[in-house]
Ligand binder design. Structure first.
Ligand code: AMP
Ligand code: ZN
Length: 141
């Protein structure tokens, strides 16, 4: 897609630090290096976000994630964890609108990555949770 920075990276119109590629995906270092080894995996086909994937493209991209994760672990045996993040739309911190998956190696509690999961379990009854699950579930097709 024209004017898409990650399409340009995939087409070698702008440089990147390649980690892995095959016919379906391209993986390269995130320039911000939130932690050392921070890698992005993109589909070579332009899709904006998770809502645009079909199952074939999703299978291709997400099937590659574990082997790239293992490669990071082998390259940095000192890592103690790995966060896999996929931001979708601006409110959810997406800033590049060619879908990508972040693989962020974790070295310690004090490395420069933070995530916060609020816990609101006490605000819901079992019936309310069942209604939410049903509301989503019936839209899956
Ligand atoms: P997100 O905020 O989830 O959309 O992530 C976009 C990521 O792309 C950010 O972490 C940026 O550091 C990264 N990024 C932007 N431009 C480049 C580039 N030219 N090469 C590598 N990473 C980039
Ligand atoms: Zn693109």
């Amino acid at each position: 897609m024209e004017n898409c920075i990650f399409c340009k990276i995939n087409n070698r119109e702008i440089p990147s630090y390649k980690v892995y590629e095959d016919e379906q995906v391209y993986a390269f270092l995130d320039i911000s290096q939130v932690t050392p080894g921070h890698t992005l995996v993109i589909p070579k086909t332009h899709v904006t976000d998770i809502f645009e994937y079909d199952e074939t493209l999703a299978a291709a991209v997400f099937a590659r994630i574990p082997k790239i994760a293992r490669a990071i672990e082998k390259a940095f045996p000192e890592i103690e964890g790995l966060n896999i993040i996929n931001n979708n739309k601006e409110l959810a911190y997406q800033s590049v609108f060619h879908s990508h998956v972040h693989l962020i190696p974790r070295y310690s509690k004090d490395d420069d990555f933070k995530i916060h999961f609020g816990n609101h379990a006490e605000n819901y009854t079992g019936e309310e949770l069942a209604a939410i699950a049903e509301k989503i579930g019936k839209q899956v097709n």
